[in-house]
Design a protein around this ligand. Structure first.
Ligand SMILES: NC(=O)c1ccc[n+]([C@@H]2O[C@H](COP(=O)([O-])OP(=O)(O)OC[C@H]3O[C@@H](n4cnc5c(N)ncnc54)[C@H](O)[C@@H]3O)[C@@H](O)[C@H]2O)c1
Length: 472
């Protein structure tokens, strides 16, 4: 390919996911000339195009169907036959993605951030070469921010077959299969299981750990697991060992507690985690260290071992979450622009947007036990929340952990909107709030936000909405 249109820039950002575009926009707002390199047609990365946003659009539809079914089951409403239009649902999802990615293009234009579309790799410590459709474009840069994200992990024994999909394939929803096996009981597998299940797919989840959503405390996951086990065949402490793709289906063998031999499925969703893309960009040509797994180590200013090259997001380590990548991206841009900023959050919340949602932040009980952190807790069951009952749900629970000085160090919530509610706990941890800061804050009634206040009251022994006398 011929060399065309080589460019010089102060900052190049490789990858346009939430971390990448935030870094690019922040650097541009601070006066830098910025080039944003993205391999796909549309900017926004996995999150906007094939991840967080499209999955939430589908989950919204799934939730409405679920709620309608609940009300129908209780005889409050009735309809002859609840039907759905798959193409319209996909259209709804694609419209939202289009609005957001189109909006981003506009924001880039307003800031004069140049977007170069193509696959970028380092050719030296101050140059990236991008394979564009018009040839190789060389970008000479003063500073680079690597924001290349991660990819779905593949299992070596699983054959290439269009019926075996990852999260991207699941969102394309080419069809609604009759029987789907989800390998991996993490957030991706369980969110997509929710969507397919509402549309009528029979779901089996195989997870080799002894609980779903392994990072969360078991008691927080339990209410979700209990509800879902009525709908899914959940097989914990079990792993898939063999998949055979035959004309009439995918035949799966497993090992462990609930193993099967040669069980037939129509589709398999592989959701066993994500692996960083650090090895795919010739970072070594720039002198940047990439570890065996593809992670790039950075300091608390997001600098790699090469001082003018930064890395952010999934490629620098766990948790692989957009809301971690965004502040990292902004800080990298600010440091490049001479600001003394550091990425040192006290906590990063995690949310599974299933129904019920499961969310946690800060120290979990299992982590506290492992690390010998002394703690106590307050737990409020949503069966005592008027708001929860009024939306027809009682399975939820809010738990708050406190250290010896009554300072909040962690929280876990399960129930509708847990993902929204967890933000209050994140703020409390970040601000160093103690129990009284929460329990004396007047929360609006009736709301689910009260459950955080009430869990704190349970801890203090001041609760009046349930009987929870103070421990002597
Ligand atoms: N809502 C969100 O914030 C959101 C949504 C999607 C993805 N993500 C992030 O994306 C990343 C990837 O998510 P994920 O759900 O794919 O990964 P994950 O690591 O969270 O879960 C994968 C699960 O698969 C299990 N597993 C691995 N190999 C297995 C095997 N052979 N048989 C059975 N089980 C097996 C693991 O024990 C684990 O529980 C995570 O960091 C996640 O936090 C977040």
């Amino acid at each position: 390919m011929s060399d065309v249109n080589n460019i010089k820039t102060e900052v190049v950002v490789l990858g346009s996911g939430p971390g990448g575009y935030s870094a690019a926009f922040r650097a541009a707002d601070l006066g830098k000339k910025v080039v944003l390199v993205e391999r796909y047609d549309s900017i926004g990365g996995v999150c906007l195009n094939v991840g967080c946003i499209p999955s939430k659009a589908l989950l919204h539809v799934a939730k409405v169907i679920n709620e309608a079914r609940h009300l129908e089951k209780d005889g409050l409403i009735s309809f002859d036959n609840l039907t759905f239009n798959k193409d319209k649902i996909l259209g709804y999802k694609d419209k939202i993605v289009g609005q957001l990615t189109g909006g981003l293009k506009g924001l880039a234009k307003q800031r004069k951030v140049e977007i170069v579309q193509g696959y970028g790799k380092f050719t030296g410590a101050n140059e990236i070469a991008v394979e564009t459709k018009d040839g190789v474009k060389k970008i000479a840069f003063e500073n680079a921010i690597i924001a290349v994200g991660s990819s779905s992990i593949k299992l070596p024994f699983i054959p290439e077959d269009p019926r075996i999909i990852d999260s991207t394939g699941a969102l394309e929803m080419k069809e609604v299969p009759k029987k789907m096996l989800v390998i991996g009981g993490g957030i991706i597998g369980l969110e997509m299981a929710q969507v397919y299940s509402e549309l009528g797919t029979e779901i089996t989840v195989v997870e080799f750990m002894d609980q779903l959503m392994g990072a969360a405390d078991k008691d927080i996951v339990k209410p979700y697991e209990k509800m879902m086990s009525k709908r899914y065949d959940i097989r914990l402490e079990t792993k898939v060992t063999k998949v055979e793709a035959k004309k009439d289906g995918l035949y799966v063998s497993m090992e462990g507690k609930k193993a099967a031999n040669g069980e037939r499925f129509d589709r398999i969703l592989l959701a066993v985690g994500r692996t960083p893309n650090g090895k795919l960009i010739d970072a070594e040509k720039a002198g940047v260290n990439v570890d065996e797994r593809g992670f790039i180590a950075v300091n608390n200013q997001l600098k790699t071992n090469v001082p003018h090259i930064y890395a952010i997001g999934d490629v620098v380590g766990q948790p692989m979450l957009a809301h971690k990548a965004v502040p990292e991206g902004r800080i990298a841009a600010e440091v490049i622009c001479g600001m003394k900023h550091y990425f040192e959050p006290k906590c990063i919340p995690a949310v599974a947007y299933t129904d019920p949602e499961v969310a946690w932040v800060g120290v979990t009980e299992k982590e506290a036990k492992e690390k010998g952190i002394k703690y106590d807790k307050g737990v409020f069951p949503w069966a005592a929340s008027g708001r929860s009952l009024s939306i027809g749900r009682n399975e939820g629970m809010t738990k708050v952990l406190y250290d010896e000085n009554h300072v909040i160090i962690g929280a876990g919530i399960v129930g509708p909107n847990a993902g929204e509610l967890i933000a209050e706990a994140a703020l409390a941890i970040e601000m160093g709030c103690d129990a009284e800061d929460i329990s004396l804050t007047i929360h609006p009634h009736p709301t689910l936000t009260e459950t955080l206040m009430m869990a704190t009251e349970v801890y203090e022994g001041t609760a009046t909405d349930i009987y929870a006398p103070k421990k002597k």
